[in-house]
Ligand binder design. Structure first.
Ligand code: GLU
Length: 289
C-alpha cells in the first residue's frame, strides 16, 4: 500500500523501445534519492502515445529494471488508465478561458513563421505559435468544432500568467543535493499545446496530473526536461496543485556528445545483459557502486 506521507518518487519511462543506459542512470538516480529521503519509488508507464507504445516493451521494462535490482511500489501506474482525468482537467482549463482550440496544421504555422528568420522559438526549438486561432470568433470556433474539425488545445499564455498572478519557481536539487531556488519562465513556451490534436492529453498535462494524483514529492528526471518544468509549475499553479521538489540530473552522452536516446540507437540494457555484463558492473560503470 502507498503511504501518502512518505517522500514519493517515480521513474516514468515510455514503453516505445528498450531501456538504454540513460534510463538505467535515471532509474538509479531515482533509487538513490528515494533511499536518501527514506521514501518510496513508483513506476509509471508513460504510454499516452498508444500507437508507439507496446506491451512487449512494457514487459521488457519490468524485466530490465528487476535485473538491475530496482524495486518499486506496486501497483505499476499507467497513463493509459488516466485519459479521463486528463480530459476533465483540459475541460476545466478550457471553461476557465485558459485554453483555446487551435486548428492550424504545422504547415500553416510554418507558412506564417518562415517569413521571419528571427521568429522566436521555445526551449525545444519549435517556433512560438503566432496566435492565429487565438482571436477566432466564438461562432467560427463552434462551427468548426461542430463540423468535426480536430483541434489541439493551446494555453493562452498571457491569460494564464495573469491568473497565476505570482512569481513561480521551484526548489531544484540537481545532482549535488544542494537546494536552490529557480525562477520559472513559462512565457518561454508561448501558447504551447496542452491538449494534442491526436490524443486528448499531452506530455505536460499528463505528467502534472499524475504527479498530483500519485502525490509525488520529488521528481527525479533528466536535465532535458528542466525547461519543461516552468510550464509544469504554471499548470500546477492554475490547477491548485502542490509543487514537488525537482532533481534534474545530467544526461549521458555518446562519444559525439549526443544525448543517449532510442533514436541515436543507444546501447540497450538488455544487450549489455546478453554480453554478460552483471548488474553490479553496470551500476559501477554508471557511478553507483
Ligand atoms: N516519460 C519521460 C521520458 O521517458 C519522462 C518524463 C518525466 O520524468 O517527467 O523521458
Amino acid at each position: 500500500m502507498t503511504t501518502s506521507h512518505l517522500p514519493t518518487l517515480r521513474f516514468a519511462p515510455s514503453p516505445n523501445g528498450y531501456l538504454h543506459l540513460g534510463h538505467a542512470y535515471s532509474a538509479l538516480q531515482n533509487e538513490r534519492v528515494a533511499r536518501k529521503l527514506g521514501g518510496q519509488l513508483l513506476l509509471r508507464i508513460e504510454n499516452i502515445d498508444l500507437d508507439r507504445c507496446r506491451r512487449e516493451y512494457e514487459a521488457a521494462i519490468f524485466e530490465d529494471l528487476s535485473w538491475l535490482g530496482i524495486t518499486w511500489q506496486e501497483p505499476v501506474r499507467r497513463q493509459s488508465e488516466h485519459f479521463s482525468d486528463y480530459a476533465c482537467t483540459l475541460e476545466g482549463l478550457t471553461e476557465r478561458g485558459l485554453l483555446y482550440p487551435c486548428f492550424c496544421s504545422r504547415t500553416e504555422i510554418a507558412r506564417v513563421v518562415n517569413g521571419s528568420p528571427d521568429w522566436p522559438r521555445d526551449p525545444d526549438g519549435t517556433p512560438l505559435y503566432p496566435g492565429t486561432c487565438k482571436h477566432m470568433s466564438a461562432d467560427e470556433r463552434a462551427q468548426r468544432l461542430a463540423a468535426g474539425q480536430h483541434a489541439a488545445l493551446r494555453i493562452n499564455m498571457d491569460e494564464a500568467l495573469a491568473v497565476a498572478g505570482m512569481r513561480l519557481g521551484w526548489c531544484e536539487f540537481g545532482e549535488e543535493d544542494q537546494p536552490r531556488d529557480i525562477t520559472a519562465e513559462p512565457a518561454l513556451w508561448g501558447d504551447a499545446v496542452i491538449g494534442r490534436r491526436d490524443i486528448p492529453t499531452s506530455y505536460h498535462i499528463a505528467v502534472v496530473v499524475d504527479d498530483h494524483i500519485q502525490k509525488i514529492t520529488d521528481v527525479v528526471r533528466g536535465q532535458d526536461l528542466f525547461n519543461a518544468t516552468s510550464l509544469h509549475r504554471l499548470l500546477q499553479a492554475l490547477l491548485g496543485f502542490d509543487a514537488p521538489r525537482y532533481h534534474h540530473h545530467k544526461l549521458l552522452r555518446d562519444k559525439g556528445g549526443e544525448k543517449l536516446s532510442k533514436s541515436t540507437r543507444a546501447k540497450a540494457i538488455r544487450s549489455l545483459r546478453l554480453e554478460g555484463v552483471s548488474p553490479i558492473e553496470l551500476r559501477r560503470r554508471l557511478g553507483f557502486a
